[in-house]
Design a protein around this ligand. Structure first.
Ligand code: CU
Length: 467
């Protein structure tokens, strides 16, 4: 019988010993999608203009989101949230425009960007994801009580206004009634609640079948919609060296909160599990669980389809891998050597010798064949030319992002993304993809990039020191 036990970060070797030789139900820690990475980054075409848009949400609501737009050849731009009035973006440097955008609640919002320039007008509409991790303005349990109190006050004031004989008393009672009615509306517009985190639990059977159970106090949390064509993306990252990334797609059982997945051949060790979920409400959710897993020397079903395992050298703060090489252009280039002779190259934008937090940039990845040429047999992997998992070495940041940006694919239909044009199977898939991202905090990061050529899913790891 395999042993399965929950472990807690930080990972210390004494915790990794084999546990009881019985199946253990594991309790879970849980957090949000894009753990520690609340900013939105989008690279898209807005009419004739290619834009790089960053939105840094407020830490408490209502509050101001900071919007930054990078676009060439435009003369003016406006941005609006939902039905609110568009406000102009101010130029803060060549091709850089900023605005502070008042955001009433942590719910998902439509964002409308309008551009004007020499080549005419351009538009971009997208859905900013909900930010439930941020503070809510009113303690949510008080919301209903507050509403009832205001309603009672309004009714009482109306009754007084009707029965009062003094004109002054009537006016005062009416004024109180109007104020109380306004408070009722305010209470109703207060976010109902910050959605509680989804919990993940797991059991493992003797054949390596991992059985996952998702729970959430809000039963409606099972309004799951597929992202990248899958209801659940499960990432297993081996700790603490981050030398293995396993990307699986558990299948939903008859009970909708239960999922099963066969573990592939893999070494034993401490693993952090990240189950990525996307709700129909636009809320992203990542449930996490730290497990001590036994090794799998065989698997009844070979790894197939969209499931993948990628190994890499251990992460090291002293020697970031692969070694960064400055290019004459001022770019930094890193080359990861893959097991089948292919290589993956990562370059960061010109002039950026050091990567600073909160700075939007384009991470450009290219898959090269053994002859050093851009791979010609490229294929989409889960509907995308590339997938990236951004992971801070201490586990404080986890983000699953793509060319086009940090938005889940479920949020993309309203976007006229350039990257989306590559999703038609008739179009050749390019060997180069650009992923817009800004690291949210200083630290040592491992960037796992997955690209597919023919039927092979390549996984490369790049270490970046953000300071
Ligand atoms: Cu992905």
């Amino acid at each position: 019988m395999p042993a399965l036990r929950q472990i807690r970060v930080p990972y210390t070797p004494r915790l990794w010993g084999r546990g009881l030789a019985v199946l253990l139900l594991c309790a879970a820690t849980a957090a949000r999608a894009h753990i520690g990475s609340p900013d939105t980054f989008v690279q898209a075409n807005a009419g004739p203009y290619t834009v790089l848009l960053s939105v840094h949400p407020p830490t408490a609501y209502p509050g101001a989101a900071q919007v930054e737009l990078r676009a060439a050849d435009i003369t003016s731009a406006t941005v609006a949230l939902g039905a609110s009035a568009p406000q102009p973006l101010q130029s803060s440097g060549p091709g850089v425009y900023t605005a502070s955008l008042w955001t009433p609640t942590s719910a998902a919002h439509f964002l409308h960007l309008r551009l004007t320039g020499e080549q005419g007008t351009g538009a971009l509409d997208l859905t900013l994801p909900a930010n439930p991790a941020a503070a809510s303005p009113t303690p949510n349990r008080n919301r209903e009580l507050f509403f009832l109190f205001a309603l009672l006050l309004a009714l009482l004031a109306i009754a007084i206004a009707i029965t009062s004989r003094k004109p002054l008393g009537r006016i005062a009672a009416l004024a109180i009634a109007i104020a109380a009615a306004a408070l009722c509306v305010f209470a109703l517009r207060t976010p109902r609640s910050s959605v509680p985190a989804t919990q993940l639990a797991a059991t493992l059977n003797s054949t390596g079948m991992l059985h996952l159970t998702l729970t959430n106090p809000h039963e409606s949390f099972l309004d799951l919609v597929p992202d990248d064509g899958k209801l659940l993306h499960l990432f297993l990252i081996r700790q603490p060296r981050l030398d293995l990334l396993i990307h699986l797609h558990p299948t939903q059982e008859k009970v909708p909160n239960q999922f099963d997945v066969q573990l592939p051949v893999m070494p034993s060790g401490a693993y952090s599990l990240y189950a990525d979920l996307y709700h129909a409400t636009g809320v992203e959710d990542t449930a996490t669980l730290n497990l001590d897993l036994p090794g799998q020397s065989t698997s009844p079903t070979p790894l197939a389809g969209d499931d993948s395992v990628g190994s890499a050298a251990p992460i090291s703060a002293a020697a970031p891998r692969p070694e960064p090489i400055p290019l004459p252009s001022g770019q930094l280039s890193r080359t990861a050597h893959l097991l089948d002779g292919y290589t993956m190259q990562l370059t960061t934008a010109a002039g950026i010798q050091q990567i600073h937090p909160h700075t939007a940039q384009l991470l450009t990845v290219t898959l090269l064949d053994p002859a050093g040429q851009p791979a010609k047999d490229m294929a989409l992997y889960l509907g995308m030319p590339a997938h990236a998992v951004v992971y801070r070495a201490d586990g404080g940041v986890f983000a699953h992002i793509h060319p086009g940006g940090t938005l889940p694919m479920t949020s993309m239909p309203v976007m006229n993304l350039d990257a989306m044009s590559t999703m038609s199977t008739a179009e050749p898939v390019p060997a180069t993809a650009t992923i817009p991202y800004g690291f949210p905090s200083p630290g040592l990061y491992r960037l796992f990039i997955q690209m597919r050529h023919s039927k092979v899913v390549e996984t490369a790891a790049f270490d970046l020191n953000v300071q």
